[in-house]
Design a protein around this ligand. Structure first.
Ligand code: GAL
Length: 688
């Protein structure tokens, strides 16, 4: 097992940046803070292989032995995100090339092209050398491959690999020409050799070419990961393998698809907001990570069932359900400063604990940080650390010690996270809405996901992120936030949910295009018109700062539509302006279910009220209906027991009705718990 009974606690540990005399102090401090897992060697390639094929493992031997002696387990990294200078000198053709054709140079990290054979071979060699030496080391708990896969390149190796990938995906050129609509602007391809990566070009690039380039990189990076994983697994099948996800709309990685290839979904999270926005982002990322883990579990279950494999619980005589609570892990977060535009914002006392427990509440099997000790030099010398520049005699280290103790008190927590709403997320829709040539530059699937999640979070509903095609049993409401690319299979998935009595709320642009980013004709929202009972004839993107008013007092931004009813009823209409009196939000009874359509982006308050209404109509209930405003409640359920996490996001004391044993203080709560500003409580509610 990669984790012992305890929740994981620790972070990136870079002993190669320190003289050996510091290591013993590190282990002593880790023990004081109850650190139990550290990620070692992430960027240590040049210290492990100072010259091609010459390995210097002695320092790592000592470090792993020291950690093992201190009872601290190790996630051992392959250092392939940072090739050494000798590699780049020997293989200049493996340095990455930008879309403008500029070759980047050594001097930072990630200076490789993952489609280049020389890089892939060198990466496998160092991973293989580490596997040979450490696959059976007693400290080894987990392999951490690479770091935050997410790079792209436009070199000739990439172009060749892209063509091969395209041939594989489309089969023949006629199919590719059709998918990319190459009849537009004389782009018809008559030979595969004519196709290049979407390099900088004169004017708007082809959307199909751009979209497939993202998909290609997701698959190429996945192949680079998988070949390291297979080699590590072969060395010792008992040690699980993962890689840490980086989030951001620039990342060409389909995290849901990758989740099926890792033994543990591992996610790094650095909020970019400093106020309550940081808490909203933390909640969203926790739900995303759990969603990817659940997606992978559902896929594994479906594959096993289709193959007729024996059920995981043979005594029950029926195929086991997919694991409802697969583990994931927060692999990186910042102990202190939040990096926001142009400056670093010091996290207020207690925030490190609050953010960590918000992830644990959502299923993370612990809280890990970047980084253990703050270095004196290097590009990230001012990044926060559990042991800051000031040393252990510091607020941050004292909070780190308190966090270690708090996590140990939560060891018993396991089980599912209560959620009655499903929120659909789709990587390709995110990529496609970043393309040039769209009606507005403000269209953004991930922003729409975040807005819907924020509204549900403020309204108090537990929310699972789902990927199109995932099982929807048990959810009262499915939300599609600008789910722009909808294949026929996804259309069927949505339709079946509603026909069977499910509730749906889809926002503008959902279903507008097919999986090749071609607009579905006949009116928006394309594939979903019949389920939603509406037809939008025209769109009206709004300028920054502009809004539309709604008849129920709400407001909308970004987008509005000339909407016709085709079976749906009006929930509210536009008030004033060009669209005065026309439907803005509609509801359609379809099959046994109900489908809402929202043709604008409601402002936060409007959205919260709307989703609350749709969720209530669907029979969903907030996690803690009696919680006062500003209190976040998350519930996890195990066998005969549940745990209620409460977070006070206000600047006042808040009394929250609750009963049970409060695990952080050990106090028994009979009626209500009083939380100070920023405070957290975790209650064991009942035992069976
Ligand atoms: C992560 C990365 C770390 C470190 C950190 C700084 O994305 O994996 O190596 O750079 O960001 O916030």
């Amino acid at each position: 097992m990669w984790s012992d009974a305890r929740l994981c606690y620790g972070g990136d540990y870079n002993p190669e940046q320190w003289p050996a005399r510091v290591w013993a102090e590190d282990v002593a401090l880790m023990r004081r803070a109850r650190v139990n897992l550290v990620t070692v060697g992430v960027f240590a390639w040049s210290r492990l292989e100072p010259a091609p094929g010459r390995y210097t493992f002695d320092w790592l031997d000592q470090v792993l032995d020291l950690l093992h002696g201190g009872g601290i387990r190790v996630a051992l990294a392959t250092p392939t995100a940072s090739p050494p200078p000798w590699f780049s000198l020997a293989h200049p053709g493996a340095l990455p090339v930008t879309a403008d054709g500029v070759r980047l140079h050594h001097g930072s990290r990630d200076t490789y092209c993952a489609a280049t054979p020389a890089y892939r071979e060198a990466a496998l060699r160092i991973a293989g050398a580490l596997a040979d030496r450490y696959a059976h080391h007693p400290a080894l708990a987990l392999w951490h491959v690479h770091n935050e896969y997410g790079t792209t390149c436009h070199c000739e190796h990439t172009a060749r690999a892209y063509r091969r990938w395209l041939a594989d995906r489309h089969g023949d050129l006629a199919t590719l020409n059709d998918a990319w609509t190459t009849s537009f602007w004389s782009q018809h391809y008559s030979d595969w050799a004519q196709i290049s990566t979407p390099r900088a070009t004169q004017y708007l690039a082809n959307p199909g070419q751009l979209l497939d380039f993202r998909r290609f990189w997701s698959d190429t990076l996945l192949a680079a990961y998988a070949e390291q994983r297979d080699l590590l697994r072969a060395a010792n099948p008992a040690i699980p393998v993962t890689t840490n996800y980086v989030l951001g709309d620039w990342v060409p990685v389909d995290h849901a698809r990758w989740a099926g290839e890792v033994d543990l979904v591992a996610v790094d999270h650095y909020p970019s907001a400093v106020d309550v926005g940081a808490e909203e982002q933390t909640a969203l990322v926790g739900d995303l990570a759990r969603g990817w883990a659940r997606h992978a579990a559902a896929r594994r279950h479906a594959t096993a069932t289709a193959a007729g494999d024996p059920p995981a619980a043979p005594d029950r005589g029926a195929p086991a359900r997919p694991d409802p609570a697969p583990t994931w892990l927060l692999t990186e977060s910042a102990p202190n400063q939040i990096h926001t535009t142009g400056r670093m914002h010091t996290k207020e006392p207690g925030r490190m604990l609050r953010h960590s427990l918000a992830h644990v509440a959502r299923g993370s099997h612990g809280a890990m940080f970047f980084q253990w000790r703050a270095p004196a030099g290097g590009a990230e010398r001012f990044h926060s650390a559990l042991v800051p520049h000031a040393g252990p005699d510091s607020r941050v280290f004292r909070e780190a010690v308190d966090l270690g103790a708090a996590l140990e008190r939560l060891t018993e927590i396991r089980g599912t996270v209560e959620a009655s709403v499903a929120l659909a997320v789709d990587a390709a829709s995110g990529w496609a809405l970043r393309h040039p040539g769209l009606p507005s530059t403000r269209l953004d699937h991930h922003d729409e996901v975040a807005a819907a999640h924020r509204a549900l979070w403020h309204a108090g509903y537990g929310c699972d992120v789902v990927v199109p095609g995932d099982p929807l049993d048990g959810y009262r409401l499915l939300v599609l936030p600008a789910l722009y690319l909808v294949s026929d299979a996804t259309t069927g998935w949505v339709r079946e949910h509603v026909q069977r009595g499910g509730h749906l709320l889809a926002t503008y642009l959902s279903g507008a295009a097919d999986e090749h980013a071609r607009v579905r004709l006949g009116g928006y929202p394309g594939a979903l018109r019949d389920v939603l009972g509406v037809r939008a004839e025209e769109f009206h993107p709004l300028a920054d700062g502009d809004h539309v008013r709604l008849a129920d007092g709400g407001t909308g931004r970004i987008w509005a539509e000339t909407l016709h009813l085709a079976g749906a009823d009006v929930v509210t209409s536009y008030a004033g302006g060009l669209l005065d009196g026309r439907p803005a939000v509609t509801r359609h009874r379809s099959g046994a279910g109900t489908a809402w359509y929202v043709s604008t982006r409601p402002d936060d308050d409007t959205y919260r009220r709307l989703l609350d209404r749709a969720a209530q109509a669907a029979g969903a209930t907030p996690v803690h209906p009696d919680a006062p405003a500003g209190i976040e409640a998350v519930r996890r359920r195990g066998d005969g027991v549940s745990w209620l996490f409460l977070f006070n996001h206000t600047d006042r004391d808040r009394r929250v009705p609750a009963r049970g044993a409060e695990l952080l203080t050990g106090v028994r709560i009979d009626e209500a718990v009083t939380l100070p500003p920023g405070g957290v409580a975790v209650l064991r509610e009942r035992t069976g």
